[in-house]
Unconditional design. Structure first.
Length: 707
C-alpha cells in the first residue's frame, strides 16, 4: 500500500530529526566526558564508569530526585477519626482531627445512640473506556500490570511485532484510522476461548476519538492467530477489546445516617452496564473498585454494634513508579515514544537510581548529588523547561518555520555558554561530592609498584576498577570486569604486568597498566610490518595484541590465525560458537523513480568495517603465565585449548595447517605436536570451548622419554 501511494519525503521533518540527534550527541558528549574525567579521577566509590549528562536523561533523573525532596520535607502528623460498626458494614466520620479530645467528645455523645437513615442520594456515573494504545500507555501498563520495566517491555513488544502478532509498537497516536478493519481482527481474536464471550458483546465498532499524531496507528493485535498464553500479548488484546466496548455505567447511592447531629455516609455502587470492565473482571489486571450493594431504606433505624477511635499517621508521597515517571516525561515533552524507555534504563544503568518495590525508582546518593550539584551551578541543566523549549523550536523546523542551520547555531551557542559556565564553576559541585564520596588518596589497598616512581600504588576495586599512584598523582586504567592478578613479569617500559580473570571463565588477559593507559603509538607500525595488516589500535593495548620485545607479547606467543578470522565472522569449526541463524535470502537492489525522485533499496549486509576488525583481532597465542596449565587462546572468540601439565614452549616448526607446533616438557618426558591437527575429540560448554583431549599425551606425535 505504501509503494502504491508514494510521496516525496518531508525534508523539514527529516531536518528536525537530524538537529535533535546532533544536539543530543554534542551536548551529551561534552558534559559527560568532562564530568566523568573530573569525578572518576578524584573519587573512588562512585560505582559508575560514566558520570553521564543528557538533555533528556538528566531531567528524567530530576523528576525522581524532586520526589525524594518532597518525601524528605514531609512531616507526618497523627490523625484521629471515629469508626461506627454495624452488622454488615462500617462507616467512618468524614472529618479527621489532629486533636484526640475532639473525637473523644464526639464518641461520648454518640454512646448508646441509634442511627437513622435520613437521606438516600442516587446518581449515575460512567467509567470511560480506554483509547487506542500508544507506546507510552503500553509501557505504563506493562510496568503497572506485569511489573516489566520500560526497556524490557519495548523489547518484548518489538519481538511480537517482528513475529507478526501486533502492529508497530512505536507510536504516539491513540486514534484508530477510519479504514481500520476491526471486524477482521476481532473475528480472529474470537477464535480463542479466552476472549470468545467478550468479542460477542462488541456491537458495532465505535472507539473513542483519540489523538492522531500522524505517525502510526495505535498498537493492536493483528489478524494472525495467537494462542493467548503470552501475558504481554494479552495486555495489548485486552486494551484493544476494551476500547471497542461501551463505557461502564453504574449507580452510586449515598446513605446518609445521622445521630446527635453528626452525619455518617455509607456509599454503594451497582452496575447498570458493565461495559468494558468485563474485559478485566477476575483477571490479574483487575484494579476496578469493588461493587457494593445495600438494602437500606429511608428512615430505617440502625443500632451500632461497636464504636472505636482510629489513629493513623499521614504518609508522604511514595517514590515515583516507572508508570508515573513516564507520565511526567510525556507531559513535559522529555524524550519521544521511541526513547523514553531508553532514558529510564540509562539512569538505572548509571547507578543514578535503583529499582524499589512495586517498580519504584529510588535515587542513589550519586543521583541525588549529581542533580543537586547541577542545580547549584545552573538550574536550567536539570529542569524540563530547557528541553521543552528545544522541542518547541524543533517543531518549527518540522513545519518549515525555521531553518535547520539557524536552530542548530542558536542552540549550540546556548549550550556552549552553559557548558563554559559549568566548567568554570565545577568546584561548587565538587564540594557536594567531597562531603559524600571518598577521594582517591584515602581509598584503595596497596598494590603493584608504579613504573615511574617505583612506589606502591593503590587498587581501587569499585566500578570502574583502576590503579592510583598517590606519589605521581596519576591513574592507570585496567581491563574491566575481571579479577586482577599480579604476574611475575615486567614490561619493557618497567611496569609490573597484570592478568585479568573474568569470573566463571578460564580465559586470562595479560596486560601492562602503563601501556594500557598511555598506549603504544609504535604498535600500529609493528603490527603492519609483522602481519601486513594495520591494527588501528593505540590505547587499551593488552599483551595479546602487543608486538613489543617481551615474553608476554604476541610477537613471542603467536601460534597462528584463528579460523574465526577467515570470513570476519565467528564461525570457528573447532571451537563452535552458538549456531548462527540461517542467512536471509539475498534481496536484489530495487530502484523506484517517482516524479523525478529516485529511491534505492539496497540489500542489507553486515558492515565491512566490523568484519575487518574481527579479522585483525583473531590471533591464536600461547598463554603460559596466567593459568595452572598453559593455554592456547584466541584474541577474539572464546576459544580455549588447555594443554597438558608441564612446561610449554612454542616451536618455530610449522604444521601443515599454518600454525606453530608446541612442545610440552613433563616429568615423564616431552611431547611435540600441533594442538589442532592432532586432536580427535572436542567438548563444548556454554561459555568456553575447551579441548579436553589435549591432556592425553597420545595425541602428540613425537619422542616420549621416560626415566
Amino acid at each position: 500500500r505504501c509503494l502504491q501511494k508514494l510521496d516525496k519525503p518531508d525534508k523539514n521533518l527529516s531536518d528536525s530529526v537530524e538537529v535533535r540527534q546532533e544536539l543530543d550527541l554534542k551536548v551529551g558528549v561534552a558534559f559527560t566526558r568532562f564530568q566523568t574525567k573530573f569525578f572518576n579521577e578524584k573519587y573512588s566509590n562512585l560505582n559508575t564508569q560514566t558520570v553521564s549528562y543528557g538533555p533528556c536523561q538528566t531531567p528524567t533523573l530530576n523528576f525522581c530526585v524532586e520526589r525524594v525532596e518532597e518525601i524528605n520535607k514531609f512531616k507526618p502528623q497523627k490523625m484521629y477519626g471515629l469508626q461506627i460498626k454495624f452488622d454488615k458494614f462500617d462507616v467512618f466520620y468524614h472529618q479527621e482531627s489532629l486533636q484526640r479530645e475532639i473525637i473523644e467528645e464526639m464518641l461520648a455523645k454518640l454512646k448508646g445512640e441509634d442511627f437513622t437513615v435520613k437521606q438516600i442520594k442516587t446518581k449515575t456515573e460512567k467509567s470511560t473506556r480506554p483509547m487506542g494504545m500508544n507506546t507510552v500507555n503500553l509501557l505504563k501498563k506493562a510496568s503497572e500490570k506485569l511489573h516489566t520495566g520500560p526497556a524490557d517491555a519495548m523489547h518484548r513488544a518489538e519481538q511480537l511485532y517482528m513475529d507478526g502478532y501486533i502492529t508497530y509498537p512505536r507510536t504516539e497516536s491513540s486514534s484508530y484510522p477510519s479504514s481500520f478493519n476491526h471486524k477482521e481482527v476481532v473475528d480472529q481474536i474470537a477464535q480463542s476461548t479466552m476472549y470468545k464471550e467478550i468479542c460477542s458483546k462488541i456491537q458495532g465498532f465505535k472507539p473513542r476519538q483519540g489523538v492522531d499524531a500522524g505517525d502510526h496507528p495505535p498498537i493492536t493485535p493483528t489478524s494472525k492467530h495467537f494462542d493467548g498464553s503470552d501475558s504481554f500479548y494479552n495486555l495489548v488484546v485486552k486494551n484493544y477489546l476494551a476500547s471497542l466496548l461501551p463505557d461502564a455505567e453504574y449507580e452510586i447511592s449515598d446513605y446518609i445516617m445521622e445521630a446527635k447531629g453528626y452525619q455518617f455516609v455509607f456509599r454503594t455502587r451497582k452496575y447498570i452496564n458493565e461495559g468494558w470492565h468485563i474485559v478485566y473482571r477476575g483477571s490479574a489486571e483487575d484494579d476496578i473498585e469493588q461493587i457494593l450493594s445495600s438494602d437500606l431504606q429511608l428512615n430505617q433505624v440502625l443500632k451500632p454494634t461497636g464504636t472505636s477511635i482510629t489513629e493513623r499517621f499521614t504518609k508522604p508521597p511514595g517514590h515515583l513508579t516507572e508508570s508515573a515517571l513516564l507520565s511526567l516525561m510525556e507531559k513535559n515533552q522529555i524524550g519521544t515514544d521511541a526513547s523514553m524507555a531508553t532514558h529510564i534504563q540509562n539512569i538505572l544503568d548509571r547507578n543514578y537510581v535503583k529499582l524499589g518495590p512495586n517498580r519504584t525508582l529510588i535515587p542513589t546518593e550519586l543521583g541525588v548529588q549529581l542533580i543537586n550539584g547541577l542545580k547549584i551551578i545552573d538550574r536550567d541543566l536539570v529542569h524540563s523547561q530547557l528541553r521543552a523549549q528545544m522541542e518547541a523550536e524543533l517543531n518549527k523546523v518540522a513545519l518549515g518555520k525555521q531553518s535547520k542551520q539557524n536552530m542548530l547555531d542558536v542552540q549550540l551557542r546556548n549550550y556552549l555558554s552553559k557548558f563554559t559556565f559549568f566548567k568554570q564553576n565545577i568546584n561548587l559541585m565538587d564540594q557536594l561530592f567531597e562531603a559524600k564520596f571518598q577521594v582517591m588518596k584515602s581509598a584503595g589497598k596497596p598494590f603493584i609498584q608504579c613504573a615511574q616512581c617505583h612506589k606502591f600504588t593503590k587498587l581501587i576495586s569499585s566500578v570502574p576498577q583502576r590503579i592510583y599512584c598517590q606519589t605521581c598523582d596519576r591513574i592507570y586504567q585496567v581491563v574491566q570486569n575481571g579479577k586482577l592478578i599480579e604476574i611475575n613479569k615486567t614490561c619493557p617500559c618497567g611496569q609490573k604486568c597484570l592478568s585479568s580473570l573474568i569470573s566463571g571463565k578460564d580465559k586470562h588477559t595479560p596486560f601492562c597498566p602503563k601501556c594500557f593507559t598511555d598506549g603504544l603509538e609504535e604498535n600500529d607500525v609493528e603490527y603492519q610490518t609483522y602481519f601486513s595488516q594495520p591494527k588501528k589500535q593505540v590505547k587499551n593495548i593488552t599483551c595479546n595484541v602487543c608486538l613489543a620485545d617481551c615474553d608476554l607479547s604476541l610477537r613471542k606467543k603467536y601460534v597462528g590465525e584463528c579460523e574465526c578470522s577467515e570470513t570476519g565472522e565467528f564461525d570457528h569449526k573447532i571451537c563452535k560458537l552458538p549456531e548462527q541463524k540461517p542467512k536471509e535470502p539475498e534481496i536484489e537492489d530495487i530502484v523506484i523513480e517517482f516524479d523525478g525522485l529516485v529511491i534505492e533499496f539496497n540489500e542489507p549486509k553486515k558492515a565491512d568495517v566490523q568484519k575487518e576488525e574481527i579479522k585483525l583481532k583473531s590471533k591464536l597465542y600461547l598463554d603460559v603465565v596466567s593459568h595452572q596449565n598453559a593455554q592456547i587462546l584466541c584474541s577474539s572468540c572464546q576459544f580455549i585449548a588447555n594443554l597438558p601439565p608441564g612446561k610449554a614452549e612454542l616451536l618455530d616448526e610449522m604444521c601443515q595447517c599454518g600454525r606453530k607446533k608446541v612442545k610440552i616438557v613433563t616429568k615423564a618426558g616431552e611431547a611435540v605436536g600441533c594442538a589442532f591437527c592432532e586432536l580427535e575429540g572436542v567438548q563444548m560448554t556454554e561459555s568456553k570451548f575447551v579441548h579436553q583431549d589435549l591432556r592425553k599425551k597420545k595425541y602428540f606425535k613425537g619422542k616420549q622419554q621416560g626415566k
